[in-house]
Write a protein that binds this ligand. Structure first.
Ligand code: NAD
Length: 269
């Protein structure tokens, strides 16, 4: 049986992913703000460093996989924090755990991106460039500066949409750029991303408003299947990417979104 790290394990997709691994008999090192073996605020460098210290102590120097699931939604009115948790946290943890993943000889990583990276037209390309350069201070300043003008109806419901979609695009690009480098590829560590669409979790319910049950046929993005996702729909694929048998897939970004991206970008993939 293996040892896996799951961030965002206290809720939604992270809890579902941790549950699948535990059901198979694996050891799960769970990381979250609360209700987790390792409690840390991944929005800050200090919180990430504390999390890494705790994880390394628990692994014994060898790690089979990481599911970096923790994230924040666009509904929060704090774009810098959204960017920090959605991009800088998973990248710092994964870079910090590369050595432990290499020791296993078949390390597996899955991150949770979003179909927002391809379906939201409010991406700040300059922000993505700065994020990928690794300059967190400059990136958080840029995100807080809100350089993309949002339509009024979006400012209210999704004030951090630019930081959110830009963070998820940058995370998918980081996966694709990193996975081909020698340090990762030749160490047998495979990195993939799942890009969910609308999935019924506390994050999505907070984004759509708590008062009414969201309606898939009257939703801002098309839902061709006529229903939203469940955390288990994402955990299923996250789990597949973490299996040792998934040995020839790396750098992929898998849409698990009920067909939203296909409906919005029929000419792209
Ligand atoms: P969720 O709110 O149910 O779970 C997110 C978890 O992340 C929570 O347990 C939370 O405590 C943790 N977290 C947040 N900030 C943290 C911090 N600073 N430090 C440590 N932990 C922190 O949400 P979810 O919908 O399961 O989200 C999982 C991932 O999926 C996120 O990355 C989110 O951006 C992404 N996503 C969600 C949807 C959706 O529709 N729900 C769609 C696309 C992408």
């Amino acid at each position: 049986m293996g040892t896996f790290v799951v961030t965002g394990s206290a809720s939604g997709m992270g809890a579902a992913t941790a549950g699948r691994l535990q059901d198979e008999g694996h050891t799960v090192i769970d990381v979250d703000l609360h209700e987790a073996g390792i409690q840390a605020d991944l929005s800050t460098p200090q919180g990430r460093a504390d999390a890494l210290t705790g994880i390394k102590a628990a692994t014994g120097g060898r790690l089979d996989g990481v599911a970096a699931v923790a994230g924040l939604g666009a509904h929060l009115d704090d774009p810098a924090r959204v960017l920090a948790v959605n991009y800088f946290a998973p990248v710092a943890l994964l870079e910090g755990l590369r050595r432990e993943l290499a020791v296993s000889g078949a390390g597996r990583v899955v991150v949770i991106s979003s179909n927002s990276a391809s379906t939201v037209p409010l991406i700040d390309e300059e922000l993505v460039r700065i994020v990928l350069s690794g300059d967190e201070k400059a990136a958080l300043e840029r995100a807080g500066g809100r350089h993309i003008q949002l339509p009024d109806e979006i400012t209210e419901s999704a004030p951090s949409i630019t930081a959110y979609a830009s963070s998820k695009l940058a995370l998918s690009l980081w996966v694709r750029r990193t996975t081909v480098t020698e340090d990762w590829a030749r160490a047998g560590i495979l990195l993939n991303a799942v890009a969910p669409g609308a999935v019924l979790t506390p994050l999505m319910r907070a984004s759509t408003g708590r008062d009414a049950e969201p309606d898939p046929d009257n939703f801002p993005t098309p839902m061709p299947l006529g229903h939203f996702g469940d955390p288990e729909d994402i955990a299923f694929w996250a789990h597949q990417f973490l299996r040792p048998e998934a040995r020839f897939t790396t750098g992929s970004v898998l849409y698990v979104d009920g067909g939203t991206d296909a409906a919005m970008r029929p000419e792209g993939y």
